[in-house]
Write a protein that binds this ligand. Structure first.
Ligand SMILES: O=C1C[C@@](O)(C(=O)O)C[C@@H](O)[C@@H]1O
Length: 250
């Protein structure tokens, strides 16, 4: 299993890292939230750019990202612009999505970039290449907010992420039953055995929250916790998450 290093954080080394999404709508709120994260409450930050009110202007995104970089110090940060189809607020076309991500990679600064698998192979591959050429690691992601696919389907989604060249594969699904949560965990554990890139997997919602602390069983190398507003249903407050992970992992 390959590990992926983002600054001083090694993903896939057997511990589960805590990622907190920055969810503010304004520059002021984004920077204020980042300042609080830099107090040892998490290992990585994810900037949910689609929640920023000026996410249509790449120059504004780049400007805020520079400030974020300064405020976060050595904490790695992930650039994520989540589209409506995957549960986010970005409503542009696939071309506009690709344009925003690729222009950011050219002009901005981040340690890793989220790329949605559902955007299709040619687009995903061109963004993966752009990220690589800028020394940015990639997290290819897939979200299913209305259901949990079958175990085989989830295994094949994670496999597809690896075969298209992702550094990290991420899968988030919504359960309707306990079996769905167990299915996500099983698909993750099986993929962990068979793939050689780090995985981040979660079953969302209240029911799925068990999966968010089960990285030891499922091979998920990181878990998302909230600080203030959650960016997806079922996230634990990151301070509680830190305590739970300490109990489970030490
Ligand atoms: O992909 C993910 C996972 C997530 O959807 C979750 O369920 O914790 C939260 C998002 O902010 C992140 O980009």
């Amino acid at each position: 299993m390959k590990t992926v290093r983002l600054r001083n954080v090694e993903l896939g080394d057997g511990n589960s890292k805590i990622i907190v999404p920055i969810t503010g709508a304004t520059e002021e709120k984004i920077i204020a939230q980042a300042k609080e994260l830099n107090q040892g409450i998490c290992d990585l930050a994810e900037w949910r750019v689609d929640l920023f009110e000026k996410h249509h202007a790449v120059s504004e995104i780049v400007k805020v990202a520079r400030k974020l970089r300064d405020v976060l110090g050595d904490m790695p940060f992930i650039f994520t612009i989540r589209t409506k189809e995957d549960g986010g607020k970005f409503e542009g076309t696939n071309e506009e999505y690709a344009e925003t991500v690729s222009r950011f990679l050219l002009e901005g600064e981040c340690d890793a970039c989220d790329i949605e698998l559902a955007k299709g192979k040619p687009l995903v591959q061109s963004l993966l290449e752009a990220a690589k050429s800028h020394g940015v690691k990639t997290i290819v992601s897939s979200h299913s907010f209305d259901k949990t696919p079958t175990v085989d389907k989830m295994i094949s989604i994670l496999g597809e992420m690896q075969s298209c060249g992702a550094d990290i594969a991420k899968l988030a699904v919504m359960p309707k039953s306990i079996q769905d949560v167990l299915n996500l965990m099983l698909a993750s554990a099986k993929s962990f055995e068979n793939l050689n890139i780090p995985l981040i997997t979660m079953s969302m919602g209240k029911l799925g929250s068990f999966s968010r602390v089960a990285g030891l069983l499922t091979g998920s190398c990181a878990t998302f916790g909230s600080y203030g507003q959650e960016s997806a249903p079922g996230q634990y407050d990151c301070r509680d998450l830190k305590k739970i992970m300490k109990m489970l992992y030490e």
